[in-house]
Design a binder for this molecule. Structure first.
Ligand code: HEC
Ligand code: HEC
Length: 438
């Protein structure tokens, strides 16, 4: 049997097929509305509290410069932001808070492939963690906004997330509560309003830094802080695995803080399931660059989600189906993986890279190709990634590693050893969007 990846990349589907796909999509969406409910809102437990700035490995200067001059931190503002983060009043029917999809007990994720908003509406994207999001130069998988303040306003009004008709509608719910009236006046000197509401939430998020992992102790000189497998995995990450080409600030400097390049790449996730060229043509007409709300809806609610960064920039072919390189800290406990939550374990992620997935994908990043990693190498890479788990999630991490390891011994949907050890294939030429014959 051939894996989805090996099937021919379809540059053009007849429109009748597209229609059927569309109708099926709508039917599925309604089915999910009927069946699924968001879970009860996770409350603020000990893991929700602001974290120490003095964790081993925390980049002091980057932490300081992540605070914008027009939104300085104060403990009262942070406490207000924390209250708002866990408050269902920000959603249209009161059932969904930020913490519904960013639960501190799950390292600020929801553990689902893609998130569920009000009335059980299922989105297209996996919820990234809020931990260390303060270091992101752009927010969301496609980087469609830059700051945490801008980011916080989007889910509140997205119909598939919190579903408010406007930010003002959310503010009105908050402003009706005396305690919030007093808190906003104390912190900002005025009544509750949209800009201040997102400032408070962003301030709270900027307290969620997460370091002090076994890996940080290893880098600080404690040779036995991580096991030999993790040490070998760190070497593979920076050499034969080529992971450092993207999960580091530069290709040849070992960045031990956040494992990201603040850039976007197409690494071959999900592209075969979508008729990317047709979607890109559609997106070019439907969405003006810079219309953040329209891009937000397309990204969360439609198949155009698969276009990634292209939705934001309209740059072809480079940005088609490319996504932001995510931070790898706490990655063991923030699965499932990738922008669409399509991979269950870190072994699946490694298998994906090992085979140089996306053979027929003309937009694939040049740095993706067969890696010839052995099973032992893959175990080592996973051991390294597991060593990036902070102490707050140590117990969860031990359980999750055991679960993933067990699954990986019987179930490896992405494994393709022949391709992993084969030659690097030549890639098809990207079709021109403006040429309808392609
Ligand atoms: C229904 C689930 C849901 C709710 C509710 C929700 N989010 Fe998210 N969040 C997501 C998903 C999914 C993404 C990724 C979307 C994308 O990239 O297109 C995301 C992305 C983010 C990011 C970007 C992180 C990164 O690494 O790029 C931050 C920060 C964030 N959310 C904070 C919040 C805040 C603050 C709230 C409340 C105001 C909130 N979220 C409400 C699901 C949710
Ligand atoms: C060409 C750049 C590039 C290279 C090389 C690369 N990555 Fe990635 N990585 C990305 C991007 C971009 C994503 C997000 C892709 C998506 O979701 O569509 C990602 C996602 C991931 C994720 C999922 C994280 C999450 O929160 O869902 C893991 C784990 C990961 N990479 C580990 C690795 C490892 C291990 C290697 C080396 C074997 C590697 N990466 C090589 C760019 C790269």
């Amino acid at each position: 049997m051939s894996s989805p990846d090996e099937q021919q990349f379809t540059a053009g589907l007849p429109s009748a097929v597209m229609l059927v796909v569309l109708v099926m999509g709508i039917a599925l969406t309604f089915a999910s509305w009927a069946g699924l409910k968001p879970p009860p809102i996770p409350q603020a437990g000990p893991l929700a509290q602001p974290r120490s700035l003095k964790q081993l490995g925390a980049p002091t200067e980057a932490t300081r410069s992540a605070i914008p001059p027009d939104n300085p931190q104060s403990s009262e503002k942070i406490a207000l932001g924390q209250k708002l983060f866990f408050d269902g009043r920000l959603s249209a029917d009161g059932t969904v808070a930020c913490s519904t999809c960013h639960d501190p007990a799950r390292a600020f994720t929801d553990g689902r492939p893609t998130s569920i908003g009000i009335q059980g509406r299922v989105g297209q994207r996996n919820a990234p963690t809020v931990l260390n999001a303060l270091y992101n130069k752009t927010q969301f998988w496609d980087g469609r906004v830059n700051t945490l303040e801008e980011q916080a306003a989007q889910p509140i009004v997205n119909p598939s997330e919190m579903g408010q008709p406007s930010l003002e509608a959310a503010v009105a719910r908050i402003a009706a509560v005396g305690e919030y009236q007093r808190a906003f006046r104390r912190v900002f000197g005025r009544a509750p309003n949209g800009p201040d509401l997102v400032r408070a939430i962003a301030s709270y998020e900027r307290t969620q830094l997460s370091f002090d992992s076994p890996f940080d102790h290893f880098i600080a000189g404690e040779a036995n802080a991580i096991n030999d497998a993790a040490k070998r995995g760190w070497e593979i990450f920076n050499t034969r695995g080529g992971c450092n080409k993207c999960h580091a600030l530069t290709e040849d400097k070992r960045d031990v803080s956040n494992f990201m390049d603040h850039d976007f790449h197409n690494i071959g996730i999900g592209i075969i399931r979508h008729n990317v060229v047709a979607l890109a043509r559609q997106a070019r007409q439907l969405i003006n660059s810079g219309d953040a709300a329209a891009i937000d809806r397309a990204a969360i609610e439609t198949d155009m989600s698969a276009l990634g960064r292209f939705l934001v920039t309209k740059k072809e072919p480079d940005d088609i189906a490319s996504f932001k390189t995510p931070n790898l800290r706490n990655v063991l406990v923030t699965g499932p993986y990738f922008h669409d939550g399509s991979q269950e374990t870190l072994w699946d992620v490694a298998d994906h890279y090992n085979k140089g997935a996306g053979l027929q994908n003309p937009y694939l990043d040049a740095d993706i190709g067969p890696l010839a990693l052995t099973e032992g190498d893959i175990d080592d890479l996973v051991a390294f990634m597991a060593s990036l788990t902070s102490p707050d999630y140590k117990e969860l991490g031990v359980k999750e590693l055991a679960r993933q390891r067990k699954l990986s011994r019987t179930n490896r949907p992405q494994r393709d050893t022949v391709r992993a050890f084969g030659p690097k294939p030549t890639r098809p030429r990207p079709p021109q969007l403006s040429d309808p014959s392609q």
